[in-house]
Design a protein around this ligand. Sequence first.
Ligand code: NAD
Length: 417
Amino acid sequence: MTQKAQGPYEDAKNQLKKAQEILGFSDADYDLLAIPRRERSVAIPVKRDDGTREVLHGYRVQHNLSRGPAKGGIRFAKQVDIDEVRALAMWMSWKCALLSLPYGGAKGGVRIDPSQYSQAELERVTRRFTAEILPIIGPEKDVPAPDVGTNEQTMAWLMDTYSQSVGYTVPGACTGKPVELGGSLGRAESTSLGVFLMVKAALQKLGVNIEGATATVQGFGKVGRGAAKFMEQAGIKVVAISDVYGAIRNDEGIDVKALGEHVDATGKVVDFPGASAMDPEDVLMLDVDVVVPAAIEGVIREDNAKNIKAPIIVEAANGPTTSDADEILNKEGKLIVPDILANSGGVLVSYYEWVQSRDNFFWDIERVQNEQSRRMLAAWEEVDEYATEKDVTLRVAATALAVDRVLHAHKLRGLYP
Ligand code: NAD
């Protein structure tokens, strides 16, 4: 028996196959959409603070460029490899098309455990990686942003390295920058706000009261922390939260602000005085209304999908559900708000940041958040209606809508030469 191919890129291609079944495009078009347009694999030699040297691996993949410059984050994490970056780049193409943004999709990554490096070392890694991918990035070509293990500071270094190379300041070279350097108000919490809007929409769809609903969150980073905060503010009880080190539980609801202060001080959710320890594997398995995976891909798998009790899964992370798990959950009638919709608030406000950076005209927070809500809720309605009309899941509907737009752009432009 041949081994079944596995991993996020296989999951992404399986989703594309499902879109092909609905849209009925040719196998040649499938290949066009499945194979990234451009990939750059680089070595990143770095000097450590103790004077020793080592070489890291980095990647930038531009999956599709038919609708505009490529757009997508840069990840610093231990497990980064080319297939992970390919999958994440493909999901970016669909996400941008689903939100009707004038972008293609890209992603970058460096295989590194950032917790083991000093700030000075991370600056050297960022600058050298940026220099290695410099020929293919830029405001008209490919616009990076933060992702797992990177942040506003990483983007400030990237923007500076890019700007030094061309001789003038280019704020549009990346998004997710500090506000002082042309970042957008509301960008830092935009992914989390969008996740919360989708949690609310899903609860309303199933007729569950928002006030008093219960939720759990896996991952307490840039996305998970904000999502937990917005849910708590709306009266949703967040009863369990995990990070890479462990998990905590309080059935009365975790005080998210106090937990944030604890994490700022200690770096971990464990040992938070306002909750008890629990097995991190069980965070997504509790009997609550909503579970929010907000860490990494592949955490809901064939072997644990059956244990999920919540009727709603809102995918804050990219690719948290494998294809096998997706089938199991769909058979059980779970409502899954797919990643390309649920976490699209980040790239949406990145788009607003790019527009503001290029215009040198900056919006107030109300305008940013109103524009975000309006556009994300319209996307939710569109996906929900399409799913009902075609009798498919929200994931299949969202992917098909997005893929159709990318393919249409490609057909309008025609094939070169
Ligand atoms: P982050 O690095 O800020 O936080 C990641 C969090 O997940 C940390 O709390 C970490 O401890 C935890 N974590 C890592 N591995 C874990 C594991 N195995 N189990 C439990 N927790 C684990 O990253 P982020 O920016 O919050 O990104 C989280 C997810 O959201 C990723 O899938 C990312 O691609 C996606 N995403 C992020 C953005 C954004 O704007 N930052 C936008 C769209 C999607």
